[in-house]
Every structure is written in C-alpha cells, then in structure tokens.
Unconditional design. Structure first.
Length: 650
C-alpha cells in the first residue's frame, strides 16, 4: 500500500468527496497501481494502493458482504493465510485472496482486539455503519504512520500530514514544541508532531471515534521485565529459527518479486543469507555507495556479495546528489531532520523501482533490539567509569567508541573525558544512556530566534519524555532502558519514518523488516543484556545465531553505522556560493526573518564556516542540516500554501 486518508463528520456533518480525493492525490508517489475513494454522507475513506498481494483484488476501500463495515489499510498482514483458514473454520466467507479482506474479517470476528492476532505492519481504519464508529490502529513498532486531527466539524486522518493539511479548516502552522523535540531527540514524542493540531497515533496504539468522542489506548508495550535464563546455545537457536521464519514469510507472501537491501553490514547480510539458504528463488540485492571514502562500504559489500552469490545493483551517491534531492526528501519526511542520511535512501529506493521491484527486505530493528548501537557501548563504558570517577584507566575505554568518526578520534583524552563525563549522580537519571547525544543535539537551540526562545520558555523536553516512560522502566536493566528509548522513539520517529517508509514510498517501494516480527521482538526483550553485548562485543547473540549464513569477517568487523556527508552536500568549501540556489535563498537573512524560527546572525556565522569548509564537527554539521531542513518544512508546508491561498504564488 501507499497510504490511507479519511474523515468523519461530527454530528452527521457531510464530508466532501473532493476533499477526500485531494487528500488521496497527495498520497500519490511514484508507481501506485490504483486510487479509490468512498464517500457516504458523514464519512469519507480513500487510499492509494500498491498491488502486492492479490493483484486482481480490485479497488478498495473494501466493505463487508452486507456493506455495513468499510476498511482502508496501509501495510501487510503476513499471517493472513493462517488467519484466513481460522476464520473460514468459523464460517467466514471470502471473495478475494487479499490480506485486506482477512483484516476486515478479523475485525468482524474480534472487534478492536483483532490487532492482537496480527503479524505484520499496518495502519488501518474501519468504519462501522452499525455503530457509527471509527476504529483505527497502528502496528506495534510504528512501521506504518498514522496521523489525525480535529476541526469543529470533522475528525481527519491519514498516512501523511500533507494530506491532512489539505483538508478544509485544518490550520497550517508549525508547532515549535514539536520542532524543539526533534532538535533534542531527533524525533517528536507522540502524539505531538511539528504541525499544530495534528497528532500522531503512537506505535502499538489504537483509536476510536464515536458520537464526537475521540479515544486512544495502547494494546502493546515493550517490556523488559522478564529475563530468559536459558543457555546461549538455546537462545541462539530460537533466535535463528524465528529469523528464518520471519524472513521467509516476508519474502514469500507477495505476488510480485521481492528484493533485499544489502549494506555490507551484519543485519542486512543475515537477512539476505536466510533468503539465499532457505528460499529457492533467485535474489536481487541493492545498495548505495559513496564517492567519499569516509562513508563508503562498497569493499565490504563486495565481500558479502561474493560470499552469498546474489545479483547485486548499486547506486553511486555523489556528495552533491544529496543536496540536489534534499528538498524532495524533506517533502516526504514532513519534518526537520538533523542528518542527511535519508537522502541516499531516497536514491536507493529509486534504483530499486527502476529495476522493476516494489518490495525489499531490510535489516532495520536489529541494532535496537539486539544491542548493536554504539550508544549502548558508550553507556556501558560511562557507567563503568562513573563507579570510579577518579580512575585514570577506565576513561581510556572511550577510545573504543566511534572509530568511524575521525573528528572524535582526533580529540585529546581530556576532551573525550569532558564530553562523555559521567558523574555518579547521573547514574540515577532515566536518560543516562542518551544524555551525551541529547545534550549535544540540544545545542541547536543556540540558533533559535528570540521569539522562538520566548515561545519555548519553561518547556523542558525531558519532562515530556519522562512522562511517557512505562511504569516498570526503573526496574529494568540499564542496558534495556537504553534499548527502550531507541526502540520506542528514535526507531519509529526517525529510522523507520524519515529513512525508511517515507524514502521507500517516495518511489513506490515497500520495506519489510524481519527483525521487527513481533515474535522476534518478544524474544529480544527477554534476552539477558550479556548476550546482546558481551563486554563490548555488540550483537553477540545474533552473530552466534547467524552461523554460516554470513561470511566470517562480519563477526569481527567493527560496526560502521550508516552515515552520509552533511555540510559538503550543500557547500563545496571553496568560499563561494552554495551549490544550489535554494540553499542560498532559504539561509538568507530575509527568509530566516520570514520564518522567524532561527536567529539570522547566528545562522550567518554557521553559513560562513560552511562556505570556507570549516564545518567539520558533529555539532556544526547537525546544526546546518537542522536549520536547512526546518526552513524547507516552513517553505514547503507553510509559506507556499499561504501564497497559493492568497493568490500571490503557485
């Protein structure tokens, strides 16, 4: 699927068919096979569809046999074959082979509890004419997005915020608190978004709207309270078995060819290795390479390709390519970003579609669930050091962090100790693991205008995040607390959205994530931290479970997270103008003053550094990307819409 959209009138207020068609049109990325709209008085439903399962199912929205219940659905239900057999045994009759119809019958059979039976990724909405009730749900980990807003007369919902913004009466205004959350945590804290009045349904939550009353509730929550005490061998065997079944389901449950991303790292190699070993069909894989050696993994990719024997395709990403596509990237992310990493993924999804594919398997989720990120390693070192803060030897372990970032490795021991310093009192913070990252990102607030600072006075994003922590959080192992923060917020809010779903769907590509199968998630939550990261060996159990599915060198290769060039994508560093006119325009004092978010003088100093090629640190690179992307959000979603409304622009 590409996306869904809809509206329900309050007290029977009618829904305009044209408004729903306009919403659906904004979901039309490259390659949707159909679009459909159903409007019946006070309810309107619509979707843009990629035909992947049951290509002949016909247009949707789909309704029950008696026409009393309608559904729009974005995603895939991988266990639809098993669910269909179960439902047929209880008397349900099916007209198609589609998983959408299975989902509809699950609702008819179990009501709102139907989501507990699903293995997949979804955002869907059901309109029940019998009760005049809307029921909607988002998958457990937040792979598929779902947004909603209310006006006086309507509840409006959809897969993309730009669709909601097109509906009559929805205000077009940026939410500075939401922007501040992104410039603190890299993502908003649901239900808040960067647009005033538009809310995001959090992962693992459902929603109902009946008689003008809106209600949301969680049906799933990550829980790290039950640690599995079995042997490493037993745990590795179960992990391998679940990954095999998960990858096979996601590869085989499609009526179109399925490819795979292959980065040259552990996660994508495991998934590709499973398909090559256990699915007897040819496999084509896809990757992005960089002209800048600091970011390029092509050497490792070639070694994996040779080992697995796949038909591989790659797109070469030049530094200026990132700046060239960045406005399109932000149009699809619909929110500011602090890294340029989504842009190469945008180019990669185009490569996939140009080769005739609509579906790819990817390795996202492994780092969060199985302990792969360096932030986990960093927190472990900092906790070890904080127990003896005067130790001269313990802080030397900081040299083992971030070997792939030359700027950090060039710093003195004194600088590293100052940057990563952990006081014993910090150990009590629920955010201990993330404080260095978040405090670094929060320095972006130095670029705020005086008006923005005044609007945010008294707003502490940490207070918001603290209020969202689950009840048992404080009793979980420290390692698992860090995992929760990554899995609950950064993964759906940035990794799966800005880098994943949005960049794939920009070219009509559906990503499928074997590591995010809810059975794998449940096992990962029970794993003892010592088998996720053994001393400082990340994803220890995954390497053990992989066995000969991967080439031996991957077990000892230091992790190199996916990154992309930043300042150089927009400025060549030679002292002249930016590489692109839109960069000069959006960073001009006039445009900065018009948006009012940032201080033009502070930004001018940053731009001058970029012109001279002096933006070399992590903070300055993030600052430039954050300011540019925020300006793009304002320009594309606020300023241009205002001009189109008052007749002064397109």
């Amino acid at each position: 699927m590409c996306g869904i959209a809809g509206a329900v009138g309050v007290d029977g207020k009618p829904v305009s068919p044209e408004a729903i068609r306009r919403m659906v049109a904004l979901l039309q990325h490259r390659g949707p096979d159909e679009q459909a709209v159903h409007v019946d008085g006070a309810v309107g439903l619509g979707h843009a569809r990629l035909s992947i399962v049951d290509l002949a199912a016909g247009q949707q929205p789909m309704c029950s046999a008696d026409g009393s219940v309608w559904i729009v659905f974005n995603g895939e239900i991988y266990n639809h074959v098993e669910l269909r057999a179960e439902l047929e045994s209880r008397g349900h009759v099916f007209r198609t082979r589609s998983d959408t119809e299975v989902l509809l019958h699950c609702y008819l059979d179990k009501g709102e509890e139907c989501v507990d039976s699903l293995n997949g990724q979804w955002a869907f909405a059901v309109w029940d004419t019998r009760s005049r009730r809307l029921f909607a749900s988002r998958d457990r980990l937040g792979i598929r997005p779902f947004y909603y807003t209310r006006t006086r007369d309507h509840l409006i919902f959809g897969s993309e915020m730009k669709a909601l913004l097109s509906f009559p009466g929805v205000p077009r205004e940026l939410d500075l608190v939401g922007i501040d959350q992104i410039l603190s945590f890299w993502s908003t804290v649901p239900p808040r978004t960067v647009f005033s009045g538009i809310s995001e349904l959090p992962p693992g939550c459902s929603l109902s709207f009946e008689a003008g009353q809106l209600r949301t509730w969680p049906y799933f929550q990550l829980d790290y309270s039950d640690i599995d005490g079995r042997s490493e061998d037993d745990l590795a065997e179960e992990l391998r078995s679940l990954l095999i079944d998960s990858a096979r389901l996601r590869f085989q449950r499609a009526d179109v060819p399925v490819g795979a991303y292959l980065s040259g790292g552990l996660d994508s190699s495991v998934i590709t290795g499973v398909v090559r070993r256990y699915v007897d069909v040819p496999l084509e894989t896809f990757s992005v390479t960089f002209e800048d050696a600091e970011f390029d993994e092509s050497e490792h990719q070639r070694r994996v390709i040779d080992y697995l024997g796949v038909d591989h395709h790659e797109v070469r990403c030049r530094t200026e390519d990132i700046g060239r596509v960045f406005p399109e990237v932000v149009w699809h992310t619909e929110q500011p970003v602090v890294r340029t990493a989504p842009a190469p993924m945008f180019l990669l999804s185009k490569l996939v579609r140009d080769n005739g594919y609509k579906v790819v398997l990817t390795g996202e989720g492994s780092d969060e669930l199985l302990g792969g990120y360096d932030i986990f390693k960093e927190a472990k070192v900092r906790r070890f050091w904080a127990k003896q803060p005067d130790s001269k030897l313990r802080p030397l372990l900081l040299r083992k962090l971030y070997p792939y970032i030359p700027g950090i490795q060039r710093q003195s021991d004194a600088f590293l100790q100052s940057f990563f310093y952990a006081r014993p009192s910090d150990l009590q913070s629920p955010f201990f693991s993330h404080l260095p990252r978040w405090e670094l990102t929060r320095k972006l607030s130095l670029f705020y205008s005086e008006d923005t600072k005044a609007a945010l006075a008294g707003v502490d994003p940490y207070d918001t995040m603290r209020g969202e922590l689950p009840e048992g959080f404080g009793a979980w192992p420290a390692f698992c607390q860090a995992q929760f923060l990554e899995t609950r917020y950064l993964m759906p809010g940035y990794i799966l959205s800005s880098q994943g779903d949005r960049m794939g769907m920009a070219h009509g590509i559906e990503g499928r994530f074997p590591f995010l199968d809810h059975r794998v998630v449940a096992l990962a939550a029970r794993l003892p931290p010592r088998v996720k990261m053994k001393v400082l060996d990340e994803k220890y159990l995954l390497k053990k479970a992989a066995g000969d599915l991967i080439p031996p060198f991957l077990r000892t290769r230091p992790k190199q997270p996916y990154r992309a060039p930043e300042a150089a994508s927009f400025f060549d560093g030679g002292g002249g103008a930016a590489r692109f006119e839109w960069v000069e325009e959006l960073l001009s004092e006039g445009k900065l003053a018009d948006s009012g978010i940032f201080n033009p003088r502070a930004v001018r100093r940053l731009v001058e550094k970029a012109r001279r090629g002096k933006v070399v640190g992590v903070k300055d690179g993030m600052s430039l990307v954050a300011v540019l992307s925020t300006q793009l959000v304002w320009e594309q979603f606020i300023h241009r819409l205002e001009r189109s409304q008052d007749g002064t622009g397109d």
